[in-house]
Design a protein around this ligand. Structure first.
Ligand SMILES: [Fe+2]
Ligand SMILES: [Fe+2]
Length: 274
């Protein structure tokens, strides 16, 4: 009986004793209830931690799948597996030179690596064609920005949202002559203007199946010649200010690639060597 009761047929001393017993019992019950509540709370917190861990693992796998897909897409187009990492590194350096925050530079460095993920939707007969593309093949090839944005742009993850923006706009030109939307000037998101230059520099300073790499300084001159046409003058300025760092980064990747090729029997993933 938990409720304290006082009856007239017992002495005051007995009543005090009875009330004391009832009070002690109530305190014991309260203590037991508190312990049960604390145990339940502990279990709920453990479940929550487990859930948070599972969600973060799924998010990580989700992102890794996209990065893997982007590398495969570039490889199908004859690019080195290091191409995506190089574009990310150059883009991060340009953004830092523009005075962007360290957080955004790091986000851009990752997101830029997914710029050509849409090539996964382009047929092998077009990607691996050694001769010039027909008009229809070019039309299909120029769909890769839209395909890429459709693949990754629906996410609520800031990294994937930025990656979707880059996928869509990295072939736009400052003068409006690019594709797929024909945006011009500041209509092109800064991310797309940065990655467009990084992609141009990287594409021309590395061998492709149909042509040899151009000397780095020749490519720098070509970038200067395209100021205000293909490229944003401010972004080119930022690129040129860190040109030495970009050249050094490129050289580091060249050495990593040599190491990669020298370890052809490597059974892990190439990026573990990087
Ligand atoms: Fe592209
Ligand atoms: Fe690319």
């Amino acid at each position: 009986m938990n409720q304290a009761t006082i009856t007239a047929d017992i002495s005051p001393a007995q009543q005090v004793e009875r009330l004391t017993r009832q009070l002690e019992e109530a305190q014991r019950n309260n203590a037991a209830t508190r312990i049960q509540l604390e145990q339940a709370l502990g279990r709920a917190e453990a479940v929550q931690r487990e859930r948070d861990r599972a969600v973060s693992t799924i998010r990580k796998l989700h992102k890794e799948t996209f990065f893997d897909l982007a590398r495969r897409a570039e490889e199908r187009d004859g690019e080195s597996p290091l191409h995506t990492a190089r574009i990310g590194a150059y883009s991060g350096l340009i953004a830092a030179s523009l005075g962007c925050t360290a957080t955004w530079c790091a986000l851009l460095e990752n997101a830029a690596q997914l710029h050509d993920i849409g090539k996964i939707g382009i047929h092998d007969s077009i990607l691996s064609k050694t001769g010039p593309l027909t008009t229809e093949e070019w039309r299909l090839m120029r769909e890769h920005p839209r395909i890429g944005a459709a693949i990754i742009g629906q996410s609520d993850e800031p990294l994937l949202q930025l990656a979707g923006e880059i996928a869509m706009t990295h072939h736009e030109h400052y003068n409006g002559a690019g594709y797929p939307l024909g945006l011009s000037g500041r209509e092109i998101p800064l991310s797309g203007r940065i990655v467009g230059i990084a992609d141009f520099f990287d594409a021309l300073t590395h061998d492709r199946s149909y042509r040899k790499a151009l000397p780095v300084d020749t490519v720098l001159s070509m970038i200067r010649e395209r100021i205000g046409e293909q490229f944003d003058p401010h972004v080119v300025g930022a690129f040129l200010r860190v040109a030495d760092q970009i050249k050094a980064t490129r050289q580091r990747f060249v050495e990593q690639e040599r190491l990669f090729q020298a370890t052809a029997g490597w059974d892990g993933d190439w990026w573990m060597l990087a």
